[in-house]
Write a protein that binds this ligand. Sequence first.
Ligand code: S3P
Length: 166
Amino acid sequence: MILIGFMGSGKTTIAKALSDKLSIKSIDIDEAIINTYETTISSIFAEEGEAGFRKKEYAVLKQHIDKNINDNVVISTGGGVVTYENSLKSLRSQKNHNVYYLDAPFEVLYERIKGDTSRPLANQDEDKVKALFKNRQTLYHDAADYIINTEQEIPEIIKEILKYEN
Ligand code: S3P
């Protein structure tokens, strides 16, 4: 299982819940980037810009997809992973994991992420964040096998995802 979706859509939370329920490993790509490069996401953005971050994100994503290709794991990604062609290709081309798009309206997501200084792309004018959200819609739909409405309780979300896993 691979979870994609905008910032604040609950990817990390849902991944942990799935991992607890199924007793499987959960891998958070943002966390793996922080551990691999021993720095923070904000520092990577500050030092190398978004382009530098996307390269690192792709390297870490590919490494984890390749390593776990035959394993039952849940991988949660960062919200912008679909904007980098190589990462998008990696998501599309692997066949062993379903890709779930965790969907929610912009207003709901923005309430959760506004002013979050650990997320450089959330910490800017609402109009800019909204533009990001709009521009990414097609990409999320392109990459996803299934679209999950996250405006429901966590156990319901888990149930819906597991319906597709059997
Ligand atoms: C980003 C989302 C973040 C993180 C980085 C960039 C984005 O992950 O990868 O700040 O471009 O939307 P979350 O979606 O887990 O917040």
